[in-house]
Design a protein around this ligand. Structure first.
Ligand code: ATP
Ligand code: MG
Length: 160
């Protein structure tokens, strides 16, 4: 069934925010009117919970996180942008973020397993999408995900 991405994101952010105790504010922006898509709601959920968890964990309490959704039905794509104002990722670590158990040199005192982005990448791939991370130390990190609007994965592609 078609998924309204704007509604989906709003509900996810509300649910996520409700269980945070760090005082972060997640600001959602969507300037697109038509946000209907065929995607796997469960996979999208895993994807955004992991990205938002990183944005919260790696930025100071009370910080602002921007979540921008843009849909372009003519081009057939959706663009999700999650931006934090956190500790950032050292340039030398940036190429290895999607490796299992890899964690950057500046997060050793912060709890984590190094698997969140592996899950994220699998969810993006299941939708034939693209993910990119742009980050600068002490400035922040922006994760951008581009997914085709009509990209409902085959069931067996999600469980391999
Ligand atoms: P977990 O498996 O619990 O999510 P993790 O957060 O360490 O552990 P990933 O989510 O896979 O693992 O992220 C990999 C690494 O990428 C992190 O350890 C961190 O170094 C870096 N990273 C990811 N997102 C951010 C972010 N928003 N700001 C700064 N560093 C980040
Ligand atoms: Mg993580």
């Amino acid at each position: 069934a078609p998924l309204n991405l704007e509604l989906f994101c709003r509900e996810l952010i509300e649910e996520f925010s409700a269980v945070q105790t760090t005082g972060h504010q997640i600001v959602f922006i969507c300037q697109s009117h038509n946000t209907e898509a065929l995607m796997d709601e469960q996979l999208l959920h895993y994807m955004f919970i992991n990205i938002l968890s990183n944005a919260v964990k790696y930025s100071p309490s009370g910080g602002t996180i921007l979540f921008d959704l843009t849909c372009d039905p003519v081009a057939g794509v959706s663009i999700f942008c999650i931006q934090d104002q956190g500790i950032g990722i050292p340039e030398t670590d940036q190429t290895r973020l999607f490796e299992s158990f890899y964690r950057a040199s500046n997060v050793q005192s912060i709890q984590g397993t190094g698997l969140g982005l592996v899950i994220v990448r699998r969810c993006v791939e299941a939708h034939n999408g693209q993910i990119s991370v742009v980050s600068q130390i002490a400035v922040g990190t922006t994760v951008t995900i581009v997914l085709p609007l009509n990209s409902e994965p085959l069931l067996n592609a999600t469980i391999d």
